[in-house]
Design a protein around this ligand. Structure first.
Ligand SMILES: NC(=O)c1ccc[n+]([C@@H]2O[C@H](COP(=O)([O-])OP(=O)(O)OC[C@H]3O[C@@H](n4cnc5c(N)ncnc54)[C@H](OP(=O)(O)O)[C@@H]3O)[C@@H](O)[C@H]2O)c1
Length: 324
């Protein structure tokens, strides 16, 4: 087996602490190498807690973090509006990048980030972990390869949570461009696109509805995006911070239907039924799958399963919702 890939992490917040770094540590092909925080003490504590392996693992300066010649790849887990410049800085320093969703907050910067990775010969992937949910992967195979539902007609994805107030940085303009649509919207939209075979079946029409009547801030509190694909599949993505319920992913074919409850989540669990009969699967950590795929792309010199272009298509949907 090749030596483990030395990976640094930008950001010490929720997703880095609770999902990405724990997943990375389960992979023999990965090594947590270093961490960048705005605060040196926080970086030091995080590096110590997670046994980051670099001789100098804790940084509070991006350039210094990236100068480390032994650092090979970076996972970016910072607020959305910081992603583009951080991807570009990583690419220029020759580091491969796995960036959290939403990839970027406007199309131009997304194109620049993709181009920077291409010209500097580094891999770029966007962290959309639902692609590695073992049950959803099994369902995807059954639906898209074995066509067990017949031709797909409609897809519906709903993932919501209940916010207590509007203090989340996603609710404001400084660091985010969307609130629930950035939180869970990219997972809903990418999973819909994945089942609709978006690479061969592009989106040809969109519609959107937003509500922001509770806190009346700059960003949506509920966001609904409707898509129509070239072959006629219609789809709905629903994200909200106003109510909590198990997530739903529903897919309707001409011959049968599948309902997934609680699969769109961080856990890798949930239930799936096809025409009312359970589809059994062994839950796995989907974040480990996403990081393993990124490493494989680097080591085998191929595209990751979720490319920068895939991430940018989701951003197009999100921008449509707020600009229409
Ligand atoms: N794929 C998923 O399942 C999933 C789930 C949740 C979030 N995410 C994505 O991951 C990214 C981070 O989200 P999160 O929920 O982890 O956010 P979070 O808890 O607020 O953490 C973000 C971290 O970024 C760093 N940061 C750098 N500059 C910052 C600034 N100006 N303000 C605030 N934080 C700053 C902070 O670490 P330092 O204080 O150490 O600098 C902070 O802890 C977002 O893009 C989000 O969409 C993905």
């Amino acid at each position: 087996m090749p030596t483990p890939l030395r990976i640094g992490v930008i950001g010490t917040g929720g997703i880095a602490e609770h999902s990405l770094v724990p997943a990375l540590k389960t992979l023999p092909q990965a090594q947590l190498w270093s961490v960048l925080s705005r605060d040196k003490n926080r970086a030091t504590a995080f590096a110590k807690q997670h046994a980051a392996a670099a001789p100098q693992p804790a940084h509070d300066n991006l350039d210094e973090f990236l100068t480390d010649p032994q650092l090979q790849a970076v996972i970016i887990a910072s607020p959305d509006k910081l992603h583009a410049e951080q991807v570009i800085a990583c690419a220029k320093a020759g580091k491969h990048v796995l960036v959290e969703k939403p990839f970027v907050t406007n199309i131009e910067e997304g194109k620049c980030a993709i181009e920077a990775c291409r010209t500097n010969g580094v891999k770029l992937s966007v962290a959309l972990h639902m692609r590695w949910h073992s049950g959803m992967r099994k369902l995807h195979q059954l639906v898209t390869q074995e066509k067990i539902l017949g031709p797909i007609r409609h897809i519906r994805a709903q993932w919501t949570w209940r916010a207590d107030d509007a203090s989340d940085w996603r609710a404001g303009d400084e660091l985010g461009r969307w609130w629930p649509l950035a939180g869970t919207g990219p997972h809903c939209l990418d999973t819909i696109r994945w089942f609709a075979d978006f690479r061969n079946n592009p989106v040809v029409d969109r519609s959107a509805l937003l509500s922001r009547e509770v806190w009346k801030g700059p960003h949506e509190e509920t966001g609904i995006i409707l898509l129509k694909f070239a072959n006629g599949i219609t789809a709905e993505a629903i994200s909200s911070v106003l109510f909590a319920a198990p997530s739903r992913f529903e897919i309707y074919g001409a011959d049968n239907y599948a309902i997934c409850e609680g699969t769109m989540a961080r856990s890798g669990r949930g239930t799936i039924s096809i025409g009312g009969k359970p589809l059994l699967f062994d839950p796995v950590n989907p974040y480990a799958g996403e990081i393993a795929n990124f490493i494989e792309a680097i080591q085998l010199g191929r595209n990751p399963e979720v490319t920068g272009e895939d991430g940018l298509q989701v951003v197009e949907d999100l921008l449509y919702a707020v600009n229409s």
